[in-house]
Design a binder for this molecule. Structure first.
Ligand SMILES: [Mg+2]
Length: 257
């Protein structure tokens, strides 16, 4: 099929958009706080871990393995060097549990993808390449996607390079995901469109952005996406009418995110 036969290219974030992810991270966070409770209260542990994660991000990138290394480093720092080998092994076990987690699709994902089959569908996700590709393979969804891209980060440069490489016109590109920081703001910056589908839990790093209060179509669930996109099929007129900066409104009603 040529691009012309597809009204839109619709790209999906993976973690917390197609399948559950952050809920298990939250469980691990809670257990980690408990594990280090002899040395610090939960908020201090959480802040200490976040600080180490952010400082490691440029070197280690996103993903479970980076997170695990940061948990170990933060444990040593928070405990003042007292953390014992058993606890380190427990922390490594948290990482393995995150990696071994079976893929659990979010309700309605398959139906939504079925209903969008006439569009060109992609996955754009960040994290460990090995882990993310394994999840795509295990999801049973792989055949529905034209392309699967695992990128180091999801900023405007990365999206811009990706659209160019695949010959995708930003005016006919829609990114769908749970993170305003990673899935919405950089795509709007490029003149593409975006749909925000929040997950009940958001990693604090994904909330560190200037986009609070922007107007962007927001859905409660991915199952509502086909209906939202139905109106666009005819004319392919996207862009600011769909998802622009605050105040520009939208053809489908813009919700404060
Ligand atoms: Mg996500």
């Amino acid at each position: 099929m040529t691009a012309d036969e597809h009204p839109l290219t619709v790209a999906f974030d993976a973690d917390d958009t197609l399948w559950h992810n952050e809920d298990l991270f939250l469980d691990v966070h809670n257990e980690y706080e408990q594990l280090l409770s002899p040395w610090a209260d939960a908020a201090t542990v959480d802040d200490g871990l976040h600080e180490v994660q952010m400082s490691n991000l440029p070197r280690f990138g996103y993903g479970v393995k980076s997170f695990t290394l940061s948990m170990i480093e933060a444990a040593v720092r928070i405990s003042g060097g007292e953390v014992d080998a058993d606890r380190i092994i427990t922390i490594i076990g948290y990482g393995k549990r995150l990696l071994d987690r079976p893929v659990e699709l979010i309700d309605g994902v398959e139906e939504a993808l079925d209903a969008l089959g006439h569009h060109r569908l992609m996955v754009i996700t960040k994290g460990d390449v090995h882990d993310q590709l394994a999840k795509v393979a295990a999801s049973g969804l792989a055949e529905r996607f034209w392309r699967v891209e695992v990128v180091a980060d999801k900023d405007a440069n990365v999206y811009g390079e990706l659209l160019e490489r695949h010959g995708i016109d930003p005016a006919r590109f829609v990114m769908v995901g749970n993170s305003l920081r990673s899935d919405v703001l950089p795509v709007l910056e490029l003149g593409g469109s975006a749909v925000h589908v929040p997950y009940p839990i958001t990693w604090r790093h994904e909330n560190e952005h200037d986009g609070h209060g922007i107007a962007v179509p927001t859905l409660e669930a991915l199952r509502d996406l086909p209906q939202l996109l139905r109106g666009w099929d005819g004319d392919g007129e996207l862009g600011p009418g769909l998802a622009g900066p605050a105040g520009m409104g939208g053809r489908f009603g813009a919700h404060p995110a």
